[in-house]
Write a protein that binds this ligand. Structure first.
Ligand SMILES: Cc1cc2nc3c(=O)[nH]c(=O)nc-3n(C[C@H](O)[C@H](O)[C@H](O)COP(=O)(O)OP(=O)(O)OC[C@H]3O[C@@H](n4cnc5c(N)ncnc54)[C@H](O)[C@@H]3O)c2cc1C
Length: 509
């Protein structure tokens, strides 16, 4: 997978997808697999926007049950299973445990009923899954003692028992997103990170591509296509700047700031729920860390992912309320996940997100060749991408789009063999630092075959070394040395790349 700017500039594609978060990545794979010629662009690294920041949970829609929305619950169950089917090597079963209380709305009998319905609605949750490690067991309600043993972080006062259910945790969501990008690339798509779409190319009432700016070469050129799919996440509205009447029709113009804190590893091997501000916050074990989240607050102004010390302190205060026995301090925070999600309304500090992702075929505003999608959950991205790809086919003039196969087609796993082959080369088979199992081969492969342009791409997203906190100086230096040898970096550039990685982990002062 190489950044092929010449092909990008010289071809006329059926489709250019703007934004390679999980939504754009899946749509690019879907459209390519259905026979379109596709270009996929991101102004940053693949998956480095909202998608990097998720809590890494593939949900089964238990929340939809609270709203008695069984149709939506089925959607979550189907999509959770689809991810386990197409990327079984990147998911694991995640047990979740929350306490029950005397309060009738949080009582053990109510949870028992909810979990019974959950298991019934999800009775085909494992259908078609080969790997036993992806089989989701039945839910259960357990005693108070068992709950406090499994969830050692909550205040025991008032706890009457515990409810246990299971979702999936993505062991590396970054490699899940990348697996869709790689699958699209292997099937023929041109994929380029660090290429920003700066404006839509419009002739009459038809969108015919985008003008782009490549950050690596500082060059500007046009990418021509029969259709553009706007998958720019919270920046989707900005892409429509030169079509103000179309821009105004995107759903949920307001945004919510969603955050997680990645902290030192807390006790417990399950996702533990604790109550704060009247709702459950989770402490989820992941790699060598725990992730606390997710908080949602209204966001004002431009889509900007910066967070302040007050935002971090606010979430930390919630986490202390939810998990008083965790002894959390500011110094425990290794990394702050942040992202902007489409919000419908907010009142008394409670944010209501857009209930479902939306696809807009802009022919409804008289503009041909343009489709936008606005996503709310990583879990359901495949379904939305399928609908968006259907809309792309229609705007290209197909009366009946070809069938979508992304629900069942396994993602490309040739990376596993390629890394194994590299590992047979001397010096690349060893872990590059004491704190991780990532080998030199993985870093070299990221630079050589996975379009890692910067050190941050390789250590934060292609490999797991930096996803849960800053790697040691020694590990970073070794990774920079290996990448630098591949990409011809000077000593000065190696230092700049390490400084960029450092900036990524900086907490707000
Ligand atoms: C803190 C947090 C926790 C979450 N936890 C979960 C969870 O556990 N489970 C779950 O299912 N969901 C979760 N979500 C929601 C989920 O992460 C998002 O719904 C999903 O990642 C959105 O993906 P996206 O592709 O729409 O957006 P993004 O990932 O933001 O992708 C959009 C991409 O477009 C690019 N872009 C923007 N403008 C341009 C341009 N002009 N040219 C080129 N590229 C451009 C950006 O660089 C970006 O990479 C969470 C979200 C947050 C923030």
């Amino acid at each position: 997978m190489r950044r092929d700017l010449r092909r990008l500039a010289d071809s006329t594609f059926d489709l250019v997808v703007v934004g390679a978060g999980i939504y754009g990545a899946i749509a690019a794979w879907d459209a390519t697999a259905r026979g379109l010629s596709v270009a996929l662009l991101d102004r940053g690294d693949f998956g480095s926007g909202t998608s990097f920041n998720s809590l890494k949970t593939l949900h089964g829609g238990l929340r939809s049950l609270r709203a008695l929305d069984l149709r939506q619950m089925r959607l979550f169950i189907r999509e959770r299973r689809a991810m386990a089917r197409v990327a079984p090597h990147l998911v694991r079963v995640l047990p979740c445990v929350v306490p029950t209380y005397r309060d009738p709305g949080r009582s053990a009998p109510l949870m028992r009923l909810a979990l019974l319905v959950n298991d019934l609605v999800a009775r085909d949750r494992n259908a078609g899954l080969d790997g036993a490690h992806t089989h989701i067991p039945a839910s259960a309600v357990v005693s108070r003692d068992a709950c406090l043993e499994l969830n050692p972080l909550v205040d025991p006062a008032g706890v009457t028992g515990g409810a246990i259910w299971h979702d999936y945790q993505m062991t590396s969501p970054d490699r899940v997103t990348l697996a869709f990008v790689r699958s699209a690339s292997t099937a023929g798509a041109v994929t380029a990170n660090y290429v920003a779409a700066t404006r839509l190319l419009i002739t009459g009432q038809r969108v015919e591509g985008v003008t782009v700016r490549d950050a690596c070469t500082d060059s500007t050129f046009d990418v021509h296509a029969g259709a553009v799919l706007n998958a720019a996440g919270p920046w989707a509205a900005s892409l429509l700047d030169n079509l103000p009447s179309v821009r105004a029709t995107l759903p949920a113009p307001a945004l919510s700031r969603a955050m997680n804190l990645v902290v030192r590893r807390l006790p417990g091997s399950r996702a533990c729920g604790g109550l704060a501000r009247g709702r459950f916050l989770f402490a989820v074990p992941w790699q060598s860390a725990s992730i606390l989240g997710t908080s949602h607050d209204p966001h004002d102004g431009a889509p900007d992912l910066r967070v302040t010390r007050a935002h971090v302190e606010g979430l930390l205060a919630e986490a202390r309320e939810a998990f008083p026995r965790a002894g959390l301090a500011y110094g425990d925070v290794r990394l702050v996940h942040r992202g902007l999600l489409p919000m419908v309304s907010s009142a008394n500090g409670h944010v209501q997100l857009l209930r479902e992702s939306v696809v807009v075929d802009h022919r409804s505003q008289g503009v041909d060749g343009l489709v936008s999608m606005v996503g709310v959950r990583y879990t359901t991205a495949r379904d939305t991408a399928e609908k968006a790809t259907d809309a792309v086919f229609r705007t290209l003039g197909y009366a009946r789009p070809p069938a979508c196969r992304t629900e069942v087609t396994p993602l490309d796993t040739s990376d596993l063999d390629a890394i194994a082959a590299l590992q047979s080369l001397q010096g690349l088979e060893e872990p590059i630092g004491a704190e991780s199992t990532t080998t030199g081969a993985e870093i070299v492969h990221a630079a050589r075959a996975e379009a890692a342009v910067h050190l941050a791409d390789a250590v934060i997203r292609r490999t797991g070394i930096g996803a849960a906190g800053r790697p040691s100086d020694q590990t970073l230096a070794r990774a920079a040395e290996l990448m630098g040898a591949e990409l011809g970096w000077s000593d000065e550039q190696r230092r700049r790349e390490i400084a960029e990685v450092d900036a990524f982990y900086e907490l707000p002062a």
